[in-house]
Design a binder for this molecule. Structure first.
Ligand code: NAD
Length: 482
């Protein structure tokens, strides 16, 4: 099957005007993944209204019932892990191992939020004699989940899972680059027993569909992951009456101090920078290395980077898949060109790759630049691709100063054995996720996740353990007198 539809008011439907767009394999653009509705604003508004009508019924179901649906979703995802992972690789490009991890993580998310459905708790407070004061948490109604393409099934899961667990209805708009993964997720939820009016799936452009969902009067909560400019626009459109959670870009540094073990540093940087083809919000894009080991590290990193095998993620032995789109390829090649133009020393990579089955895909070799002057685009702008900029620093003080000299504040890591300086780093680096002797990428499911500065609006963290059910519920304070 190659033709897919929206889910609106429990029915699979085409866009109102019948328009469609295509999803193609970034490793081979001749391969069509599917055709999806290029929906209009009216389609999106109908979807929100239908979910608003169905949400109270879902809110009345027991938490146990909601937990069962989410648990069963996890079970179905795991049962189909192999085929889902292959589709994910074909649609987004990441390697099969990375895709399998993502499907596992998606299932784990649903398991986690199945448990959270049973843990929505209020509190009691001291009152006058004969009085009980307590808080109750109620579902907000309609949750809008607007998501990016780089984790096209696990990011939606960590939004849709808690939203449904809390008793809300969901309007889901996946990225246009990865609509099939969005479709698969919704299909699985329905099969697991979610009433089909409780979730809507609307494909289409962000400017059209996304904005109509955000501005629809019934939308109560918006959870968005994506770029800063889009997040800012959503924040402005949503206004003060809607609750928004915006998780956005990063420009994540890895600081390597002079006492670092070089093998460890090379491993931490290459995994953080080039895993997922560098297309991770927490991906390492800057290395701030101490003068005494800078040259040795640059040499070792260049070797390790050049050895990364780039190809179709379905092939055995491939460590890095293609970029996700033509736009990604153009952007990455554009940034690579700025590397030397701005005075950096090109160490390796950054070339478009062809041959060996790569002629029809968006393949680029992972790139490393050294000696970039502060302020050069590669040192401060989000590339969102496999490009690393190295800068030489005298000490931790200078590393912190350069590390913090960007607008983003998502993840940061340090490689050192010096606990005192680790503590200094953790206290002073401007980032929401701090890693010590491990890559900037990779986070635990049940720990708070989110950035600071341009990386997040910081109102609510994502993931369980971070009061996540508060975000998806309205808190009321009740004064009970006999
Ligand atoms: P994007 O901002 O272009 O799009 C994200 C989603 O928003 C898509 O579904 C898109 O269609 C929709 N959208 C676009 N314009 C819209 C509008 N005006 N109104 C409403 N919705 C709109 O981001 P992308 O290219 O899909 O993803 C890459 C970005 O996501 C990078 O900046 C990356 O750092 C960020 N990201 C952040 C995290 C995190 O947790 N902080 C995780 C993954 C990706």
């Amino acid at each position: 099957m190659t033709d897919y539809l929206n889910l609106i008011d429990g029915a699979w439907t085409a866009a109102g005007d019948g328009a469609t767009f295509e999803s193609r394999n970034p490793a081979d653009v001749d391969e069509l993944i599917g055709r999806f509705p290029a929906s209009g604003a009216e389609d999106a508004r109908q979807a929100v209204a239908a979910v608003a009508a169905a949400a109270p019924g879902w809110a009345k179901t027991s938490p146990e019932n909601r937990a069962q649906v989410l648990d069963r979703t996890a079970e179905l995802l795991l049962r189909r892990k192999e085929s889902l992972a292959r589709e994910l690789t074909r649609e987004e490009g990441k390697t099969l191992a990375e895709a399998t991890n993502e499907v596992n993580r998606t299932a784990a998310n649903f398991r986690l939020y199945a448990g959270e459905a049973l843990r929505v708790r209020g509190e009691t407070f001291p009152g006058e004699a004969g009085q009980i004061i307590c808080t109750i948490h109620q579902p907000v109604g309609v949750v809008a989940a607007i998501t990016p393409w780089n984790f096209p099934i696990s990011i939606p899961a960590r939004k849709i899972g808690p939203a449904l667990a809390a008793g809300n209805g969901v309007v889901f708009k996946p990225s246009n680059l990865t609509p099939l993964m969005g479709h698969r997720l919704v299909e699985t939820l329905l099969e697991a027993g979610l009433p089909k009016q409780v979730i809507a799936l609307v494909h289409g452009r962000g400017r059209t569909v996304g904005e109509a969902i955000v501005t629809a009067p019934q939308t109560g909560v918006i959870t968005f992951t994506g770029s800063y400019p889009v997040g800012k626009r959503i924040y402005e459109l949503a206004g003060p009456d809607k609750r928004t959670q915006l998780e956005m870009g990063g420009k994540n540094p890895c600081i390597v101090l002079e006492d670092a073990d070089l093998d460890r540093a090379v491993q931490v940087v290459t995994k953080g920078a080039f895993g997922l083809s560098g297309q991770a919000c927490t991906g390492t894009s800057r290395v701030l290395a101490a003068d005494s080991l800078y040259d040795a590290l640059a040499e070792r990193l260049a070797e390790a980077t050049a050895a990364i095998k780039v190809g179709n993620g379905l092939q055995n032995g491939v460590a890095m898949g293609p970029l996700a789109s033509q736009a990604q390829l153009d952007k990455v090649l554009g940034y690579v060109a700025t590397g030397t133009a701005q005075g950096g020393r090109h160490l390796t990579g950054g070339e478009r790759l062809a041959g060996n089955g790569r002629d029809n895909g968006f393949f680029v070799s992972p790139a490393l630049f050294a000696d970039l002057p502060t302020g050069a685009p590669l040192t401060c702008e989000e590339v969102f691709g496999p490009v690393v900029a190295m800068q030489r620093v005298a000490d931790l003080e200078e590393a912190l100063s350069l590390g913090n000299a960007v607008e983003y504040g998502l993840a940061a890591s340090i490689v050192t054995r010096d606990l005192g300086r680790v503590l200094d780093f953790a206290g002073r680096i401007e980032a929401g996720v701090i890693k010590v002797n491990s890559p900037t990428t990779g986070v635990a499911l049940a720990a708070p996740f989110g950035g600071i500065k341009h990386s997040s609006n910081q109102v609510y963290k994502e993931q369980a353990g971070a009061g996540v059910m508060d975000f998806y519920t309205t808190t009321k304070t009740v004064y009970l007198n006999g």
